[in-house]
Design a protein around this ligand. Structure first.
Ligand SMILES: Cc1cc2nc3c(=O)[nH]c(=O)nc-3n(C[C@H](O)[C@H](O)[C@H](O)COP(=O)(O)OP(=O)(O)OC[C@H]3O[C@@H](n4cnc5c(N)ncnc54)[C@H](O)[C@@H]3O)c2cc1C
Length: 373
């Protein structure tokens, strides 16, 4: 029996869900607020873990395509001291496919493939418990009813209030992001500093990280502990004012490292919000959550991976589950998601404490723990 199923959000979670459902010939309405796939810059590169994101793509039948597109050399990681001394210079073996990098835009297009997304359909809320199913209300005033609504609409989910009253809170860590283009030709010194993957520099309660994307594009992240209103005297739209403020914040760091902040033409302010570790809810028939909507955690390399695997697993349990009802399949999925996401939320929360820490040696110790040479 085919149920009427909608997934709200066409990010990694929603697209992985819809794509695995599609593989099993099970139609799903994908409701996405953005008017088109490329309406916003897609964001930085993602490393896809063997047992998380890669497993999800395997379930979607897309592992070979990932291998063709991804950059295993992008796993390389260099750590510098604030004076520019190289402290670690880790490079993957040529056959290492544990965590290859892929641009978010490439991943989105890979997952989109044949999917028929309903673009420009922002959802404002869902109301479960109606006789005919779960009512979805759209920003343009329309309404539609489904048997199951999957909330994959990210940190500020409009679906989450139907199952949980919890909202994200600020971690105390903020990131200001900028980008460099054509780094190999326009900034060869920085290209050498960054190498094939990432370079990170850890200071007291702050860090600078630069990560290579494909095509010579680099994302630079300045992360620091600060109150949410740290920028009250700063116009965040004024690129030069933000640059000066960041250069003052990282004053005393080696000049080649500060060069990372000197060329970007725009800065994006991104305070890190999270949901409580081990966020769960009393099951509500007809509504569930995936990815950041369910378990927003510090961005330490797990969120998109978990989101995709959850999407793929929920799809499999609905489309190929052992004859159980739709509601039983969703309930079983939620238990499994909560247990795994709770473990990762703890790992990433502890990780953020150590990576942006009063003691920069903590960041190095964490690196040595997860990436022994
Ligand atoms: C700086 C940074 C770096 C990161 N690096 C990594 C990394 O290396 N590896 C990793 O695994 N994770 C990483 N993450 C985390 C990762 O980006 C998220 O965990 C992941 O994107 C979550 O996917 P999602 O599909 O749940 O939500 P999202 O990616 O937020 O997608 C939600 C989608 O829902 C849509 N939407 C929102 N509201 C509505 C609405 N009301 N109606 C309809 N549609 C709506 C949005 O437009 C969007 O397309 C990083 C995050 C940040 C901020």
């Amino acid at each position: 029996m085919r149920h009427r199923i909608a997934v709200v959000g066409g990010g990694p979670a929603g697209l992985a869900f819809a794509r695995v459902m599609h593989r099993h010939d099970y139609p799903v309405a994908v409701l996405e607020r953005d008017p088109a796939p490329d309406a916003r810059p897609p964001g930085g590169t993602l490393d896809l873990h063997e047992r998380l994101g890669q497993l999800a793509l395997d379930k979607a039948g897309l592992l070979a395509e990932l291998q063709a597109l991804s950059r295993p050399e992008g796993q390389a990681m260099r750590i510098l001291d604030t004076d520019g001394t190289v402290l670690r210079d880790w490079r993957p073996r040529p056959d290492d496919r544990a965590n290859p990098e892929i641009d978010r835009g490439q991943l989105r297009d890979l997952l989109l493939g044949p999917l028929d997304v309903r673009w420009g359909q922002g959802v404002t809320q869902v109301v479960p418990g109606n006789r005919d199913g779960v009512l979805v209300q759209f920003a343009d005033g329309r309404q539609e009813t489904f048997d199951l609504v999957v909330g994959a609409d990210g940190a500020w989910s409009r679906i989450r209030p139907a199952v949980s009253s919890v909202t994200p809170h600020y971690t105390g860590v903020t990131s200001v992001e900028t980008s460099l283009d054509d780094v190999d030709t326009r900034h060869p010194d920085l290209a050498r500093l960054i190498g094939d993957g990432s370079v990170a520099v850890y200071g007291v309660n702050r860090s600078l990280v630069a990560q290579r994307n494909s095509g010579g594009h680099v994302k630079v992240y300045a992360k620091f502990r600060a109150p949410l209103d740290w920028h009250t005297d700063l116009d965040l739209a004024d690129t030069e004012a933000v640059r000066s403020s960041l250069l003052a914040l990282f004053d005393g760091w080696a000049a080649p490292v500060l060069e990372l902040l000197s060329h970007g033409t725009a800065f994006v302010h991104r305070p890190f919000y999270v949901l409580p570790v081990s966020h769960t809810w009393a099951h509500v028939p007809g509504v569930t959550l995936l990815g950041d909507a369910a378990h927003l955690m510090p961005p330490l390399g797990a969120g998109a991976n978990l989101a995709m695997l959850e999407g793929a697993e929920l799809a499999e349990s609905i489309a190929t589950g052992p004859g159980e009802s739709l509601d039983e399949a969703v309930r079983a999925f939620e238990e499994q998601m909560w247990a795994r996401a709770g473990r990762w939320a703890k790992i990433t929360t502890d990780g953020l404490e150590r990576l942006v820490s009063p003691d920069p040696a903590e960041a190095l110790a964490l690196f040595d723990q997860v990436q022994p040479s």
